[in-house]
Write a protein that binds this ligand. Structure first.
Ligand SMILES: [Zn+2]
Length: 98
């Protein structure tokens, strides 16, 4: 990650203006593969546990998270996607590690 730099302020009649490019970007990362009973097709199947987090970006470089992470599981057999809470996601990850 790159460091945040301080830009010189614009003085009257001197130098170029400062252009700041900033925004947000959401990124989804699969953090675990867990076996669950699917809510749609009804059988046990591997589910991807994914975390979606929006980050503040400066010059397209993600700097820090904005808002809460959103968690979801997706069945690898039928693609059924369900949102889960952060607590449920933590439980799924700890169950997988055990
Ligand atoms: Zn399924």
């Amino acid at each position: 990650m790159s460091a945040v730099r301080a830009f010189p302020s614009r003085r009257r009649g001197q130098g170029p203006g400062v252009l700041l490019l900033f925004g947000t970007r959401a990124k989804t990362v699969v953090v675990a593969l867990v076996t669950l009973v699917c809510g749609r097709h009804g059988g046990p199947a591997a589910h991807e546990l994914a975390k979606r987090q929006t980050r503040f970006t400066l010059f397209f470089v993600p700097l820090f998270p904005v808002g809460r992470a959103r968690w979801s599981t997706q069945c690898t057999q039928c693609g059924w996607t369900t949102g889960v809470s952060g607590d449920e996601a933590a439980q799924l990850q700890s169950a997988r590690a055990a």
